[in-house]
Design a protein around this ligand. Sequence first.
Ligand code: C2R
Length: 202
Amino acid sequence: MGAQLQIDGTDDVLGNEKPVLRNIYYVCRLKQNRMEAKVSIIMGSMSDWPVMEKAAQFFEENMIPFEVQALSAHRTPEQVEVFAKGAAGKGIKVIIAAAGMAAHLPGVIASMTSVPVIGVPIKSSFEGLDALLAIVQMPPGIPVATVGVNGALNAAILAGQILSVADADLNSRMISYKENLKKKVIQANEELKQVSFKFKTN
Ligand code: C2R
């Protein structure tokens, strides 16, 4: 393996006479370079993706490594179990689970892991109320932190905040994200100053 791999300047560090050490060094370097997901976005169906894309976008903009996949407690229960039981071991710190209709997915995942689960009810039928109630009304002992219907962005922000407890750089990015929200309101009030009505007093 070492003969084919040419990684910048490693020969200078180890020398040609130490092939075994060099191979170990290469493997460590490759492992270091690989980005490891900290958040997992799980959706019951690809039909949930147009909503969940907003969460992916937030992680992209805020440099938070994430993975995304479709899994269903109803349609692929075995794979859900494998995912949920393996999540902590592969370094996942927060799971975002989205589902519409009879949305059992977030709760089922939460029942099989100690990784915090944020549930996103998807508006698929009954204005999303069916999914909201299914996700939020968990029995005592198996909490799912539930955001509003189609609340993918809030789920991502909450996941970012959870991760930022142990990451000072991310914490600064989360603080400036919130600061920017203030600017939006200031800008809104500037624009409202230009709106005129006979009975508007400001
Ligand atoms: P299709 O569009 O694939 O028919 O799915 C999905 O999240 C989706 O919103 C319709 C809706 O079914 C949801 N679904 C669940 C689960 N699996 C899929 N609620 C589950 O395991 O809870």
